[in-house]
Design a binder for this molecule. Structure first.
Ligand SMILES: [Zn+2]
Ligand SMILES: [Zn+2]
Length: 104
């Protein structure tokens, strides 16, 4: 049986399965774009929330506590207390922090 030609856009196979997900993502991206003026404030709120936790009172930025951003799957060197560090003078590659472990 010959294929019926239609004017429909030729979507890749399986398209109807992923289409709802894609539409959802697009909607979320649009939301995020509308939200940009708010992003900085949101990051700050998260950081301030961390300062209330023991050991994070001097956290310089949220990035420095993300294991996935660092070479050895640990937190940033600036989070290591001075007496545990091998190098005495450090500077964080992310934010220039020279040490924000509480107790330094
Ligand atoms: Zn730091
Ligand atoms: Zn750091």
């Amino acid at each position: 049986m010959p294929k019926v030609k239609t004017n429909r856009v030729n979507y890749p196979e399986g398209w109807e399965l992923i289409e709802p997900t894609l539409r959802e993502l697009q909607a979320k991206m649009r939301e995020a774009e509308n939200d940009t003026h708010d992003d900085q404030g949101y990051a700050d709120r998260n950081l301030i929330a961390k300062w209330k936790k023991p050991g994070y009172e001097r956290l310089c930025c949220l990035r420095c506590m993300q294991p996935r951003d660092h070479n050895f799957a640990t937190t940033c060197v600036c989070r290591v207390p001075k007496h545990l560090r091998e190098e005495k003078v450090i500077e964080c590659v992310h934010c220039g922090c020279r040490g924000c472990a509480s107790g330094d």
